[in-house]
Design a protein around this ligand. Structure first.
Ligand code: DLL
Length: 424
């Protein structure tokens, strides 16, 4: 039987969802315009009058936001709440190092907990389940988001945070962890340490992983390695953190987006024009219910497509996005071919014996770029096999190098897989 954390909200009809979004969108546009001069002036520049704003029909008239807005307004220039109402903040530094800050009121923390609790229950969590949280507790939103949601869902929390994998495994065994949450690459680390110790975790049944592109091959490897059901959870600092946007359900037919809290658009990354369902484009998010810093048409830089707006086999009605296929700023161009690191991962993992630890080194020789792929593999796998598979899938010929298991660094947070090297 399907379980819901919030049965009414998760099964609203399409008409009801549209009505909720329409009403909340009008309200949030007025809220940000009333509370923040920056929003007011950007609306004015785009010719939008918040008092005359009609809701979803006028959505496309609203100006976009992006990460640069957050950076320019660091630390709290975009705040839409009173300072004394702030309760917590999180921050991501991203690849450029300039921080993106997300402040929360108590209501925002409750909203986060609600979205995240829906994810836990959607994965099959029930009250009292042991939930081990492995993303870091700190400025990164991963640890605390898992925590706020697990409190809301009534779970027994083991707040490990990142690292110390041997201790993580000991705690999971001693306390009978049923649900493990983490960054995708950390699931791999746990699998590896378990395999070295020739141990299994029989009580473990549910893995909730995200924060990095997550190919189907990688999901399969984690499923095979840990023998658990694997869920792909989505969210980001700017929308309020892990789980705010949603996750896939046990039907695994796309990531349900919590549409009563967020409006999701897919737009053409070049023109910003909305794309029809099914076409891949940039995910744009408007948060409908956050107080301290709502985002209005935030360009995430993530690529995906709407899989379906029809009710799902699980009973939920919220639209499903395909797994995130990459970030626009991660796109690589080599020998005239555009591709994403996730495609290389997908290709590598097709080769039997190849392990999911790899690095992509872009070698730049006076402007001529070559891709060098280093990947760990069991004995017997050759560089030629790897090169052959990559050539077949990517339509160009990277260099392939196979190294022994355990050679490449083991990240505790998000893995960095792409490196640049100037060749004199
Ligand atoms: O990574 C939130 C999170 C933590 C999600 C733990 C899941 C698990 P940020 O550090 O702000 O927040 O990074 C957000 O990470 O724009 C995507 O590019 C990427 N990302 C997040 N979840 C997924 C996913 C967290 N399930 C950025 N699949 C986003 C692919 C993801 N990419």
């Amino acid at each position: 039987m399907t379980q819901y954390h919030n049965p009414r909200a998760e099964t609203l009809s399409r008409d009801e969802l549209t009505a909720v979004q329409d009403q909340r969108l009008r309200k949030i546009v007025q809220h940000v315009a009333e509370r923040n001069e920056g929003f007011r002036s950007r609306f004015a520049a785009a010719g939008v009058d918040p008092r005359g704003f009609r809701g979803l029909d006028d959505l496309a008239a609203l100006p976009f936001m992006n990460k640069d807005d957050f950076r320019r307004e660091y630390p709290l220039g975009m705040l839409c709440a009173d300072r004394e109402d702030l309760a917590e903040m999180h921050m991501s530094s991203g690849s450029t190092g300039t921080p993106v800050v997300m402040p929360y009121t108590a209501n925002d923390l409750h909203q986060w907990g609600e979205c995240m609790a829906r994810c836990y229950v959607m994965a099959g969590a029930v009250r009292g389940d042991v939930c081990q949280i492995t993303p870091g507790f700190g400025l990164f939103n991963g640890g605390f988001g898992c925590y706020h949601g697990a409190r809301e869902a009534g779970l027994f929390i083991i707040p490990c945070g990142s690292g110390n994998t041997v201790r993580q495994i000991k705690l999971a065994r001693d306390f009978g962890t049923r649900i493990l949450t983490g960054v995708v690459s950390y699931a791999l680390r746990i699998m590896e340490v378990l395999a070295e110790a020739r141990e299994t975790l029989p009580a473990l049944q549910i893995g909730i992983f995200g924060a990095e592109t997550f190919s189907d091959q990688m999901k399969q490897r984690i499923y095979d390695g840990l023998g658990i059901e694997v869920f792909d959870i989505y969210g980001m600092t700017e929308t309020g953190g892990i789980g705010t946007l949603g996750m896939d359900c046990p039907d695994h037919s796309g990531l349900h987006q919590w549409e009563d809290h967020y409006v999701i658009e897919i737009v053409d990354p070049e023109t910003g024009a909305p794309l029809p369902d099914g076409e891949v484009g940039e995910v744009v998010v408007t948060s409908l219910t956050r107080e301290a810093l709502p985002v209005i048409r935030f360009r995430t830089g993530d690529l995906s497509r709407v899989v379906s707006r029809q009710p799902c086999a699980c009973g939920r009605t919220h639209l499903r996005l395909d797994r995130i296929s990459g970030r626009l700023d991660d796109m690589l161009i080599i020998s005239g071919v555009n591709f994403f690191p996730a495609q290389v991962e997908q290709s590598l993992l097709k080769v039997p014996g190849v392990l999911p630890n790899y690095q992509l080194i872009i070698e730049d020789h006076h402007g001529i770029k070559r891709l060098h792929v280093t990947v760990e593999a069991h004995p017997g796998v050759t560089g030629y096999q790897v090169e052959k598979q990559l050539k077949e899938d990517l339509n160009f010929s990277p260099d392939g190098e196979v190294v022994a298991p355990g050679t490449l660094p083991r990240p505790e947070g998000k893995a960095r897989r792409v490196f640049y090297k100037e060749i004199p």
